[in-house]
Design a binder for this molecule. Structure first.
Ligand SMILES: Cc1cn([C@H]2C[C@H](O)[C@@H](COP(=O)(O)OP(=O)(O)OP(=O)(O)O)O2)c(=O)[nH]c1=O
Length: 208
């Protein structure tokens, strides 16, 4: 793989890929997210695919319009999407403060599931040449949170760009009782699963 592109503006996904020693570039997808599915695992795979496809489209078009680029490049574009699912509801990022409070009241004292979908799009010198999609699920149990605790947490501003209105890696860690599954999946990218999935299709990310 000559080049890896992360199709995400999430600082957490960037940090996780840096943590595993990967060299990559960032090109966030900007298009509208269109949801046609109803179950969380399908929703996250669908949205991760839209993000990766959008960026892969830009990369392929760039190659086609720059015939002076003679070096054959094998490019991997990675897109991801994370949602929280509880009691039949899918929770994305909060619209506003009140919405964040509502989500946290819902999660308080209960176990919910965090789903991250990941899409890998492969591009070679002839253009787009393949795709690999998967999802990972992690169960998270929260201690009961009082109204004051919820209010104080929302006041920090931390929930506003996060699915389910909390960050396990941030201040909300004090409310997390138990987690079953991959921690990094909750933070936004299951890097070990990504590595294993790519190995499974003959791509070794072991770059260091
Ligand atoms: C549950 C949880 C989510 N999150 C974050 C991960 C994701 O960045 C975000 C979910 O939103 P996403 O829509 O998955 O991603 P994004 O908008 O941040 O970035 P992009 O679409 O450009 O890829 O919530 C945490 O950081 N910690 C947590 O504990």
């Amino acid at each position: 793989m000559n080049q890896i592109i992360l199709a995400s503006g999430s600082p957490r996904r960037k940090e996780l890929l840096e943590q595993i020693g990967l060299e990559f570039e960032i090109c966030p997808a900007k298009g509208e997210e269109i949801i046609t599915k109803t179950i969380p695992e399908e929703v996250v795979m669908e949205l991760s695919r839209q993000k990766a496809e959008e960026v892969a489209g830009m990369v392929s078009a760039y190659g086609e319009n720059h015939s002076e680029l003679t070096t054959p490049q094998d490019i991997l574009v990675i897109g991801a999407d994370t949602v929280v699912a509880y009691d039949g509801q899918i929770l994305g990022k909060p619209k506003d403060r009140e919405h964040a409070m509502e989500m946290l009241r819902m999660l308080s004292g209960h176990t919910h599931s965090v789903y991250t979908g990941v899409t890998c799009v492969f591009i070679d010198k002839k253009g787009r040449c393949g795709e690999h999609i998967f999802y990972e699920k992690t169960d998270v149990t929260m201690y009961p949170m009082t109204e004051t605790e919820i209010q104080r947490y929302v006041d920090t501003g931390e929930p506003m760009d996060k699915a389910g209105s909390y960050g396990i890696q941030g201040r909300c860690a004090i409310h997390v009782k138990e987690i079953r599954g991959d921690y990094n999946n909750v933070v936004g990218l299951p890097v070990s699963r990504l590595y294993q999935e790519l190995l499974g299709i003959g791509i070794d990310l072991y770059l260091w």
